[in-house]
Design a binder for this molecule. Structure first.
Ligand code: HEC
Length: 142
């Protein structure tokens, strides 16, 4: 009888645990940003992080604090792009381009932390040169 009671309460605990953890899991899924959210965060609007980085890196002695904080946002969102879905085109093709984008954002962040102007400029050029290829294959037309 006692064993049965134990088993029943254990099941009860497990049920409560399952209930408590599943909504959190669902929320995690929602936290993965969409391609559009990522693009908006990095590239849209006045003073968007990528424009900030580009403007700073045009100078011979950029404000590295500004570069680093913008690069951090770029990398945070950029690293999620391979997990996002493109509205158009082949999945594997998008994933490959998105991996390259993510990797460039990582290089940029590291270069910003190290105040490495040459490497930061190169990563920024690589990102800037990648828009068209990806958009023409994977962005919605019109
Ligand atoms: C690896 C692919 C990829 C790369 C590289 C890329 N983009 Fe995008 N971008 C997308 C996709 C996919 C969308 C469409 C998202 C949607 O509408 O669902 C998009 C949409 C956008 C949008 C529109 C966001 C909105 O409001 O709907 C802007 C702005 C943008 N990209 C800017 C850029 C710029 C600037 C670059 C380069 C510096 C760039 N993107 C590089 C994939 C990419």
């Amino acid at each position: 009888m006692r064993a049965l009671y134990c088993a029943a309460s254990l099941l009860g605990v497990l049920a409560v645990l399952a209930w408590a953890t599943s909504p959190a899991g669902a929320q995690d899924n929602k936290k993965v940003p969409t391609a559009r959210q990522i693009m908006t965060k990095i590239h849209k609007g006045r003073n968007n992080p990528f424009a900030t980085v580009k403007a700073q890196l045009r100078q011979s002695s950029p404000n590295w604090a500004k570069v680093a904080s913008a690069a951090e946002v770029i990398e945070k969102y950029g690293s999620a792009l391979p997990k996002a879905r493109a509205p158009r085109g082949n999945r594997a093709s998008f994933e490959k381009l998105a991996q390259a984008y993510a990797s460039n954002t990582k290089t940029l962040k590291e270069a910003a932390e190290q105040k490495d102007l040459a490497s930061a400029r190169e990563a920024t050029e690589n990102i800037g040169g990648s828009c068209k290829t990806c958009h023409s294959a994977h962005r919605r037309k019109g």
